[in-house]
Design a protein around this ligand. Structure first.
Ligand code: PLP
Length: 359
C-alpha cells in the first residue's frame, strides 16, 4: 500500500490519557470508580466559572477574540508582565508543540530530562526533531549539569519541567541559575511550571519573577491544574516580545476558544479559593507520602499535586491492582507509578488499595 503518513511515527509511543472512570466502574460492577491519574484538582470548577461559561456560550456562533485581549490583560495584571509577552493556547501542551514548531527544523535537537512529561517526545517527533534525553538523578530529579553538558550545536530547545511530571521533584534556584548561565543564548529554555501553585519549597523559584527577563527563557503555565479548567483547555506562555511574536505566527488561529477565555477570566478572580484548595492538596500530599513510606515505598518529596512511587518493573502490576479496587492511577512501566492527590476520601481509598497491593 502507498505510504500516506510518516514512517518515523510508527515507533512513537502515543500519549496515554488516564483511564475513563465510568468504564472501570462498569467493568467492576461498582457505583463509582476513583480517578487519580491525570493530575486534576478534585474540587470542581472555581466559583463564577460555570456562570461565565453559560454566558459565553450565548455567543458561541461567533469566533473568539483571536488576540485574546481581555484575558491577556488579566494575566498581565496578575503576573506583573507586559501583555505583549503572553500567548495563550489550547492547553499548555499545545503551546509546547508550538514552541517546538517555532524553534526547530527537522534534524534539530530538543533536550529534556527523562522521565518527564510524556508529551515532550511527542512534540519533538512532531516537528521531526531529535529527542536528547538526560536520565533523572538517582533522586528522580533533573540532572541540570548533565543537561547543560548534553547541549550541542543542534540543540534549539530545552524543557525543564519544574516540578517534574511524573516524579514530583523540583529543581532549586541555585541549580537553575547555573544551568541558565551555561546554556548558549541561541537555545530557548522552556521552564514548564504546570504545577507551580503547589510548590511549598521556598528555594524553588517562581520562574516568572526570577527568570522572566532572560531573553532565551519561556515560562509555560496552565489553567488545567490548580485553576480547575482542564476540560476547557487553556494554558499560556510568557516570553520576550520577539519570541512571542514568532510563536503567534505559527499558532493555530482561534485556538483559545471563546468559552475558555471567559472561563479563565472568571477563574482568575478566584485566587483566594485557589490558594485554599492548594493548601488542602499540599496537606493531603504530605499525608499520602507518609502513608506510602509506612508501606516501605521510597516516595520522593513532591512539590506537585501527585506523588511518585518508583516501583520499577512492578509498576504495571501495581496499577492493575489499584484498578481492581476501583482506583485508577498512572503506571509508567518500567519506572514507576504516578498518583494524583484527590479528596481525603479518595486518598484513603488509594492508600487502602496500595496497602493491599504491596503487603
Ligand atoms: C508538566 C506538564 N506540562 C504541561 C501539561 C499540559 O497541561 P495542559 O495542556 O492541560 O495545559 C501537563 C499536563 O499534564 C504537564 O504535566
Amino acid at each position: 500500500m502507498t505510504r500516506l503518513t510518516r514512517a518515523d511515527l510508527e515507533a512513537l509511543p502515543s500519549y496515554v490519557p488516564g483511564r475513563n472512570v465510568a468504564d472501570l466502574a462498569r467493568e467492576l460492577g461498582i457505583a463509582e470508580a476513583i480517578k487519580l491519574a491525570s493530575n486534576e484538582v478534585p474540587y470542581g470548577p472555581l466559583p463564577g466559572v460555570p456562570e461565565a461559561v453559560a454566558e459565553a456560550v450565548a455567543a458561541a456562533h461567533r469566533y473568539p477574540d483571536m488576540g485574546v485581549l481581555a484575558l491577556r490583560d488579566k494575566l498581565a495584571d496578575r503576573y506583573g508582565v507586559a501583555a505583549d509577552r503572553i500567548v495563550t493556547g489550547c492547553g499548555s501542551v499545545a503551546l509546547a508543540e508550538i514552541l517546538a514548531k517555532t524553534t526547530c527544523l527537522p534534524g534539530d535537537e530538543i533536550l529534556y530530562s527523562w522521565r518527564s512529561f510524556e508529551a515532550y517526545p511527542i512534540v519533538t517527533a512532531g516537528v521531526g526533531a531529535a529527542s536528547v534525553r538526560v536520565p533523572n538523578t538517582p533522586g528522580h530529579g533533573h540532572d541540570l549539569r548533565a543537561m547543560a553538558d548534553a547541549i550541542t550545536e543542534r540543540t534549539r530547545l530545552a524543557f525543564v519541567c519544574n516540578p517534574n511530571n511524573p516524579t514530583g521533584t523540583a529543581v532549586r534556584a541555585a541549580d537553575i541559575d547555573r544551568f541558565l548561565d551555561a546554556v548558549p543564548s541561541d537555545v530557548l529554555v522552556v521552564l514548564d511550571e504546570a504545577y507551580r501553585e503547589f510548590v511549598t519549597d521556598a528555594e524553588v523559584p517562581d520562574a516568572l519573577t526570577r527568570y522572566g527577563d532572560r531573553p532565551n527563557v519561556v515560562v509555560l503555565r496552565t489553567l488545567s491544574k490548580a485553576w480547575g479548567l482542564a476540560g476547557l483547555r487553556i494554558g499560556f506562555l510568557v516570553a520576550q516580545p520577539e519570541v512571542a511574536t514568532a510563536v503567534r505566527k505559527v499558532l493555530t488561529p482561534f485556538s483559545t476558544s471563546l468559552v475558555a477565555q471567559a472561563a479563565a477570566i472568571a477563574a482568575l478572580d478566584a485566587g483566594d479559593e485557589v490558594r485554599r484548595r492548594c493548601a488542602l492538596v499540599v496537606a493531603e500530599r504530605q499525608r499520602v507520602t507518609e502513608g506510602l513510606r509506612k508501606l516501605s515505598v521510597e516516595v520522593p518529596d513532591s512539590q506537585a499535586n501527585f506523588v511518585w512511587l518508583p516501583l520499577g518493573e512492578r509498576s504495571a502490576e501495581f496499577g492493575a491492582a489499584c484498578e481492581g479496587r476501583g482506583v485508577i492511577v498512572r503506571p509508567f512501566q518500567p519506572d514507576g507509578v504516578r498518583v494524583t492527590i484527590g479528596t481525603p476520601e479518595e486518598n484513603d481509598a488509594f492508600l487502602a488499595a496500595a496497602e493491599a497491593a504491596l503487603t
